[in-house]
Design a protein. Structure first.
Lengths: 250, 269
C-alpha cells in the first residue's frame, strides 16, 4: 500500500477531473434534451445520473490491475517471482485488487460530490444491491481483459498503445460515454457480441432501471459467461507465456 | 549566423526523427493506429449522439464534424512541431535540461529540437479529415476561406503551444506537472468538441479570454458555418482573429517562460 499512498496528488486530480467532466456531461445532455424530442423512457435527470455513475465506475475500472506483469517482464524481475513459492497469477490479482481498493478510497469524495452537489438519483436498496453485484462482475470481466492484454507482453514487450486503444473502445462500446440503448440499430447488433457491454452497460442500465428485476438473472448470467470465457483464455495464455519466458536482457 | 546554425540543427532534428521512425517501424504503425482510433472514436461518438438527437443548440452532425476537424488540424500541427515542449519537465527532472543551458543556442529552441520519434502522421490524417469535413459540411469555399483557414490553423497551433509552454514552465517550481497537464489537455480536448453556447457564462469567458481554446475552432467555425449565436456578444467575424490571439497567447507564455528560466536554480544534481 505504501507505493500507492505516495500518490497523494491523485486525490486532487481524480476529484478535480471528475467535477470538470460531470459539468461537461450535464451541459451536453441538457443542450441535447432542450432541442430534441427526448427518448421516451429515459429522462434528462436519468441520463445525467447514468453518465455520472459511469464516471464514478470509470475511476475504478480504468486502472490496469495487472500492469505489474508487463513491468516485471520488461525489467526481468518476473524470473524471481517464478522461484517464489507462490501462485503468480493470484499474486497479480491480489496486488491489483490492493491498488483498486486504494482507488476505491479515492472514490469517496467524488461520490459525496455526486450525491450532495449534483443530486444524482439513488435507487432503492434491492436495485442498488443488484447494481453492486453486477459492477463486481463487470470488474472481473475487466480484470481478465487486462490480464490477457498484459499476457501478450510475453511475446511483444511494447503494449501501451494497444492498451490505450482498448481503453478508448471500451469507453465507447461499453456504454460508458453514451448509453448503448441510444446507439443506432445498425451498431446495436454487434455491440452485444463484444465483452465491453458486460463491463459498464449492464450495471449502469440496472442502476437507472432500464433493466427490470425480471431480467437480472439473464444479464448477470451473460456477465458470468464472459468471466468464464475470458478466464479460460487468460489461463491458456498464461501457461503458454510462462513456458517461454523471454526476459528482455534480464 | 545564429539563424543559419539553428536551421542546420533543425534539419538534423528532422533527419534523426525520420530515421528513428524508420528504425522502429512496428512501433510507429501501432501508434498510428492509436491516433486513428482516438480521433475515430471521438467522431463516432458525435455521430452516434447526433443520430439520436439531431441538433445541439442548432448544430447538426455536419457542423460538429467540421468543428472537430478544424480543432484536429490545429492540434495535429502543434503535436508535429511542438510536442517536444511537453518533455521539458522530464528534462528538468532528470537533469538533462542543465546541459541545454550551457550550449550557445537559445534554450527553448534546443528543447523544441530535441529528437524523439516525431513523425507528421497525425497531421496528414488531420488534413484528410479536414478536407472530408469541409466537403461534407457544405461550407462555402471562397477566397476568405482559402486565405484564412491556414492562418487560423497556425493560430490554433500557437494557442496549443502557449498552453504547453505555460505548463512546462510550471515545472521550474513544481517537479511533477503531469497531473496539471493532464487536466488541461482534457479541458481542451473535450470542451472544444461542442459549441461554446452550451456552457454557462463563466466557462464561456474562461474558454475565450483566459485559455482561448474557443478561438481554435468554435469562433472560426461559427463564422464559416454562418451560426449567428452571438455567444458572449462577440461579432461573427471575431472568428478570423485566431492568428492574432495565437500570437498574443504564445507571447504571454514566452514572457512567463523567460521569467521562470531566469529564476531556475536546477533541481540539485
Amino acid at each position: 500500500m505504501a507505493r500507492e499512498a505516495t500518490y497523494r496528488f491523485d486525490v486532487f486530480t481524480t476529484v478535480g477531473s471528475f467535477v470538470v467532466r460531470v459539468y461537461l456531461l450535464r451541459m451536453v445532455w441538457t443542450a441535447l434534451y432542450a432541442h430534441n424530442a427526448a427518448p421516451k423512457d429515459l429522462s434528462r435527470h436519468e441520463i445525467i445520473t447514468y453518465s455520472t455513475v459511469a464516471l464514478l465506475m470509470g475511476i475504478v475500472m480504468d486502472i490496469d490491475q495487472t500492469r505489474a506483469l508487463n513491468d516485471k517482464l520488461r525489467d526481468g524481475s518476473i524470473a524471481t517471482d517464478f522461484m517464489k513459492p507462490i501462485n503468480v497469477p493470484l499474486y497479480f490479482f491480489a496486488d491489483g485488487t490492493g491498488e483498486v481498493l486504494f482507488h476505491a478510497a479515492l472514490l469517496v469524495p467524488s461520490v459525496l460530490i455526486a450525491l450532495l452537489i449534483f443530486h444524482i438519483i439513488v435507487p432503492g436498496p434491492a436495485v442498488l444491491a443488484a447494481f453492486l453485484l453486477s459492477f463486481f462482475l463487470g470488474y472481473l470481466v475487466g480484470f481478465f481483459l487486462n490480464f490477457i492484454l498484459n499476457c501478450t507482453s510475453f511475446w511483444t514487450l511494447e503494449i501501451s498503445a494497444v492498451q490505450l486503444i482498448v481503453t478508448w473502445l471500451t469507453d465507447l462500446l461499453g456504454g460508458e460515454l453514451i448509453p448503448l440503448i441510444l446507439f443506432p440499430a445498425v451498431l446495436q447488433q454487434f455491440i452485444y457480441v463484444l465483452p465491453f457491454a458486460a463491463m459498464f452497460s449492464t450495471p449502469l442500465l440496472i442502476y437507472v432501471g432500464q433493466i427490470p428485476p425480471a431480467r437480472y438473472g439473464e444479464v448477470m448470467g451473460l456477465q458470468l459467461l464472459w468471466i468464464v470465457v475470458l478466464g479460460a483464455v487468460s489461463a491458456v495464455m498464461w501457461r503458454a507465456g510462462a513456458r517461454r519466458v523471454v526476459v528482455q536482457g534480464g | 549566423m545564429q539563424t543559419r546554425r539553428m536551421a542546420n540543427v533543425y534539419r538534423q532534428y528532422w533527419r534523426i526523427n525520420i530515421l528513428t521512425t524508420l528504425e522502429y517501424r512496428e512501433n510507429f504503425l501501432i501508434w498510428f493506429l492509436f491516433t486513428f482510433i482516438y480521433h475515430g472514436t471521438a467522431i463516432a461518438s458525435l455521430w452516434i449522439v447526433l443520430e439520436r438527437f439531431p441538433s445541439m443548440n442548432g448544430w447538426n452532425f455536419r457542423d460538429m464534424f467540421f468543428l472537430y476537424a478544424l480543432w484536429m488540424v490545429a492540434h495535429a500541427l502543434h503535436n508535429t512541431f511542438f510536442s517536444t515542449v511537453g518533455e521539458i519537465p522530464d528534462h528538468i527532472r532528470d537533469g538533462e535540461f542543465d546541459r541545454l543551458l550551457v550550449r550557445p543556442l537559445d534554450t527553448l529552441f534546443q528543447a523544441i529540437a530535441t529528437p524523439g520519434q516525431v513523425f507528421p502522421d497525425e497531421l496528414v490524417l488531420a488534413l484528410i479529415t479536414f478536407v472530408a469535413a469541409t466537403l461534407y459540411s457544405g461550407v462555402h469555399v471562397d477566397a476568405v476561406f482559402i486565405i484564412f483557414v491556414p492562418l487560423i490553423v497556425i493560430g490554433g497551433a500557437l494557442i496549443d503551444l502557449g498552453l504547453n509552454l505555460i505548463i512546462s514552465t510550471a515545472a521550474f517550481w513544481f517537479v511533477k506537472v503531469d497531473a496539471l497537464r493532464w487536466i488541461f489537455i482534457q479541458l481542451e480536448q473535450e470542451f472544444t468538441r461542442y459549441p461554446l453556447s452550451i456552457y454557462s457564462r463563466s466557462v464561456r469567458l474562461l474558454l475565450t479570454f483566459v485559455f482561448p481554446f474557443a478561438f481554435m475552432n468554435y469562433f472560426p467555425a461559427s463564422y464559416f458555418l454562418h451560426k449567428h449565436e452571438a455567444a458572449l456578444g462577440v461579432p461573427p467575424a471575431a472568428g478570423l482573429l485566431t492568428p492574432v490571439i495565437g500570437i498574443v497567447f504564445v507571447a504571454l507564455a514566452y514572457v512567463f517562460w523567460r521569467f521562470g528560466l531566469n529564476r531556475y536554480q536546477g533541481v540539485g544534481h
